[in-house]
Design a protein. Structure first.
Lengths: 365, 204
């Protein structure tokens, strides 16, 4: 699968620009600061319906304009895909696949599998469990559509349950049957999310360990553990046990939305004890494992978007990462870099074709 | 668009609050009425004033000119079956199908704590007392199968479970993505006829 072209209109720093891509390696370079990252984000948005960096739809519109539009052509096996993402300020974002708009944007997730690696991915180690859950959810959602539906259902019910607990607190009343209704409705999606996450980690942890072993010359052991409150028992029982706590706090304290994902190096928390270099290697290993899991279960090579991967790395590491990318069994790859000169010697050895895309002020207003 | 008359502006703003009417249409209607020299204005005035007389049926909350609506009063209808709907428009949609001969009960929405809508804000208590009074043998849930709609049905079923009444839900799988009133009448008619017993956690 590969994206052959994209046309950006009023998207972030672009007023109007169009690009054609190589099915294998695409090197995006040039001095312009945000242009390169924004092009990757446009590709990400076509695949995942939203910005990788959490930019709101409104903020993705070029300053002073009222809408943005991304129009792209892809080839998936023999199938030609035309994808158009449109957002008009104050309206609803729509995605058209071959001329037909989806009823729900979530239906598009998984049509264009993608893996992005960006500098802010260190939050996977340094950030909150919420950041790690988000990563896990977006990975599984791409390969399992039912998971995404259960996730949406669970979170809608959770929001309602929390609002209800707040209301009880404020009004000083309590309706056990209504609260129980939410518990009963949440049970099925909660158990489902737990089961699928558990299965995911059985495969995923091993893949991260393999990738990390290849990446790191050191021999330290790495472990990623999924820790859920649902291990301790049945969801309804846990909700029952937490009832007083929930009523006191005015929110729901157990369930898959509280699941933890622990990253450990040599048995110690990577967040606290890992060096910068170890953390970077671990993030890269996690992302390559994500790539592997998606590729294996969908039998499609995801788009691989690498933003500023080589930033602040020494020559030896750049060489190492680049050879992994170039020699690895990847499909279409996008790499941004400010310094083409350090990539060029390595690219000389490359047998396959590649495209250089220079982002300069012609592309950016 | 700047209207030079404060009075006209007031009329335009009032019309523009109506669903489906934007500022431009509102201005067109206002100017049309202003220029009209037949008795259109007074017909409108009387029609709007007559709305004051329209009220909710004290039994089912359908619209009615009297205390009890025409459906509830109709002796040919089967009073032992009550179809629970979200909105008054849903009654009109189901009546269009000609497939239902029972009575109705309008909830007035679905439970949604986020929007501050709890059971007390809906006509739930009155439904329970209707059932408690006897006569009602079956309740058909014709609430849209959204997440909040499903939660409301579940809640109602638990409340009704304590009473001597069977609960069913209109057939699913018929694609109606949201509101009953936008479903075509054949599909809607079929889904009422093919209703299925409602089960709480597998137990009917
Ligand atoms: Zn009535």
């Amino acid at each position: 699968m590969f994206i052959s072209s994209i046309v950006l209109t009023n998207f972030k720093s672009y007023q109007s620009a169009s690009f054609s891509f190589s099915p294998s390696l695409n090197i995006i370079h040039g001095l312009n600061g945000m242009g390169k990252t924004n092009l990757l984000d446009a590709i990400y948005c076509v695949a995942m319906t939203k910005s990788y960096f959490g930019t709101s739809d409104r903020q993705m519109i070029h300053d002073g304009q009222a809408f943005f539009r991304l129009e792209s052509k892809l080839l998936k096996g023999d199938e030609e895909l035309s994808l158009i993402v449109k957002y008009q300020q104050g309206g609803k974002k729509t995605i058209q696949k071959n001329g037909n708009a989806y009823d729900k944007l979530s239906e598009h997730i998984g049509v264009v599998p993608v893996v992005m690696i960006a500098p802010n991915d260190l939050v996977l180690i340094d950030g909150l469990n919420a950041d790690r859950r988000k990563f896990v959810d977006s990975t599984i959602s791409q390969i399992n559509h039912s998971y995404l539906n259960h996730l949406v259902l669970y979170h809608r019910l959770l929001k309602q349950r929390n609002a209800l607990l707040k209301r009880f607190q404020e009004e000083g009343n309590f309706d056990p049957i209504l609260l129980k209704t939410y518990d009963l409705k949440m049970e099925m999606p909660a158990q489902y999310l737990y089961k699928v996450r558990q299965q995911f980690f059985m495969e995923f942890t091993e893949k991260v360990q393999q990738q990390y072993a290849t990446l790191s010359q050191r021999r330290e052991s790495v472990d990623i553990r999924y820790v859920s409150s649902l291990e301790k028992g049945d969801f309804l029982q846990l909700m029952q046990d937490a009832l007083q706590h929930d009523r006191y706090a005015g929110r729901t304290n157990v369930g898959p939305h509280k699941d933890k994902i622990e990253c450990k190096l040599e048995g110690r928390m990577a967040k606290t004890f890992g060096s910068q270099g170890q953390k970077k290697s671990l993030v890269f290993a996690i992302k390559l494992a994500q790539y592997e899991v998606i590729r294996k279960s969908m039998s499609v090579k995801p788009l691989l978007l690498l933003d500023d991967l080589f930033d602040k790395l020494d020559h030896r590491r750049v060489d190492q990462l680049l050879s992994i990318i170039l020699k690895g069994n990847f499909g279409q790859v996008f790499v941004t870099d400010t310094q083409l000169d350090r990539l060029e010697p390595l690219l000389m050895d490359l047998t396959g074709d590649y495209v250089e895309i220079k982002i300069d002020d012609l592309h950016v207003e | 668009m700047k209207v030079q008359s404060k009075k006209l502006e007031g009329v335009v703003n009032a019309f523009a609050t109506l669903p489906g009417i934007g500022k431009k249409s509102a201005l067109r209607i206002a100017i049309h009425l202003l220029a009209d020299n037949t008795d259109k204005k007074s017909i409108f005035k009387e029609a709007v004033e007559a709305l004051e007389g329209v009220r909710n049926c004290s039994c089912c909350y359908n619209l009615s000119d009297e205390e009890i609506c025409a459906i509830c009063k109709d002796p040919r209808r089967n009073a032992s079956v009550v179809c629970v709907v979200e909105h008054i428009q849903d009654i009109m949609a189901i009546e269009e199908t000609g497939q239902f001969n029972g009575l109705y009960h309008v909830l007035g929405g679905v439970i949604s704590p986020i929007e501050g809508i709890g059971p007390d804000d809906l006509h739930i208590e009155s439904l329970l007392s209707r059932v408690k009074r006897g006569n009602v043998r079956e309740i058909i849930m014709a609430v849209s199968p959204t997440i909040d709609g499903e939660t409301t049905i579940y809640y109602l079923s638990q409340k009704l479970g304590e009473l001597d009444v069977s609960v069913s839900q209109i057939a699913r799988g018929v694609a109606f993505g949201g509101e009953l009133q936008y479903t075509d009448e054949i599909t809607l008619g079929r889904s009422i006829l093919a209703r299925i017993p409602y089960a709480i956690n597998g137990k009917s």
